[in-house]
Write a protein that binds this ligand. Structure first.
Ligand SMILES: Cc1ncc(COP(=O)(O)O)c(C=O)c1O
Length: 411
């Protein structure tokens, strides 16, 4: 939790620094008028396609609403169009960002003190924070070169069970992950699903960046899931508007209803949601719903310009790194297939908050120490670079500053 605060605080204290730190999406194509247009489009949809009266449509947008949300049907169609994920709309809960979706799922999984969560490490800090609030300990699993190390996963499961613990699920970001930029190869996706079935654990697939994972991107775990092993977490923060705070969870698993029968996990999540945020703002949902309708339910179509911007910046970043850090420097980096982030490894330097502070104050460039993303100690020689909020000029300036910091470090 202190990680998030520290990074926000550094960005505020050094507003002129070039930021490779922001996980925020680009603002270049935002348009306030579009918010009104999308709201109107959704209301028109309620009136013409759903046959609601003007009063009923008004109530739908302005009144307290359905706990599981009002745009679940549009999200189901969007998932089919963009991701080839086919799930009943009833299995979707629309949440206040993906952050709430994570919390609801973790809270539902936590039935007793023996329950634990496995998470591919490095891990998104929001997941670690949600697990802390849900009182669900996180056991790290190595990411390995391909995004998850299945041998380590097996070892961690065995070790946890030997301690009398009950591993409930594995959390990971399979496409252009935050923070590592890694994407799981297809075969590994299939092997992971097989292992989850064998070990009887759920997979929590968090996929907020999948739209930016390149043209030849691979099917999501949920698209490959034939046994309801995968709980799929989604966000409209990177593909529509972060300010709308709309995300969702697909939870089509059947769980006990406590009375001898079963119910959808989505319905259990809705019960927890009714005691946390009651319902996701229908006004915000309507804006997202209108955006989906305007683009034929496809966020890929809606994000062609943004995706091109990120692709260009990533290519410039990779090229700029290669020009500044020849092999003789010992500095290396990964080559993500898209997304927001890459990871730089600097074997000769300890990458920590003190170095970040010096980087910001003396060199005018900020980035994220990878150590913030490790539940256990790790990442002490790595930093995360984000490409979303840069122009070619700021990118070059920032890389020059970074090269000075990393190759001529002064105390
Ligand atoms: C991996 C991952 N999951 C979830 C989120 C949070 O999404 P939301 O803004 O919808 O809560 C982020 C945001 O940066 C993220 O990187």
């Amino acid at each position: 939790m202190t990680s998030m605060n520290l990074l926000n605080e550094i960005s505020i204290r050094y507003p002129d620094a070039v930021s490779f730190a922001a996980g925020r999406p680009a603002e270049d194509f935002w348009d306030l008028d579009a918010v009104h247009r999308h709201l109107d489009r959704y209301v028109e949809h309620l009136r013409t396609e759903r046959g609601l009266s003007a009063a009923a449509a008004r109530r739908q947008i302005l009144q307290y609403g359905r706990t599981k949300g009002i745009i679940h049907d549009l999200i189901a169609t969007h998932l089919a169009v963009d991701e080839s994920i086919r799930v009943p709309a009833e299995s979707i809960v629309v949440t206040v960002g993906c952050q709430e979706a994570m919390f609801l799922v973790l809270r539902a999984l936590r039935r007793g003190p023996e329950d634990v969560l496995l998470a591919v490490s490095p891990t998104y800090v929001g997941l670690t924070g949600a697990a802390l609030l849900a009182d669900l300990p996180v056991h790290p699993v190595a990411d390995g070169p391909d995004g998850v190390d299945l041998a380590d996963l097996r070892r961690r499961l065995t070790a946890a069970r030997a301690e009398g613990l009950r591993p409930r699920a594995l959390y990971l970001v399979p496409d252009v992950a935050n923070p590592s930029g890694a994407s799981l190869p297809l075969e590994l996706r299939r092997d992971l699903l097989a292992l989850a079935a064998e070990e009887d654990i759920l997979i929590l697939e968090d996929n907020p960046y999948c739209v930016f994972a390149g043209e030849d991107r691979l099917p999501s775990l949920k698209a490959l899931d034939t046994a309801r092993r995968v709980v799929h977490l989604g966000s409209f923060a990177k593909t529509a508007l972060p300010g709308a705070r709309v995300g969702y969870v697909v939870a089509d698993q059947l769980v006990s209803d406590g009375a001898g029968g079963t119910r959808l996990l989505a319905d259990l999540l809705a019960m927890i949601k009714s005691m946390t945020t009651v319902n996701t703002s229908p006004i915000a949902q309507a804006v997202i719903g209108g955006a989906l309708l305007e683009h034929g339910h496809s966020l890929r179509a809606a994000n062609t310009a943004t995706a091109a911007l990120y692709r260009r910046n990533l290519a410039l970043l990779l090229d700029g790194l290669a020009r500044r850090f020849p092999p003789s420097t010992g500095i290396t980096w990964n080559t993500p297939r898209g997304g927001f982030f890459l990871v730089l490894t600097v074997p000769h330097l300890r990458i920590d908050d003190a170095l970040l502070e010096r980087s910001a104050s003396r060199h005018g460039v900020i980035w994220t120490p990878m150590s913030h993303f490790y539940p256990a100690p790790g990442g002490t020689h790595q930093l995360r670079l984000s490409v979303t909020q840069l122009t070619p000029a700021t990118l070059e300036r920032g890389l020059d500053a970074l090269a000075t910091l990393l190759t001529h470090p002064t105390p």
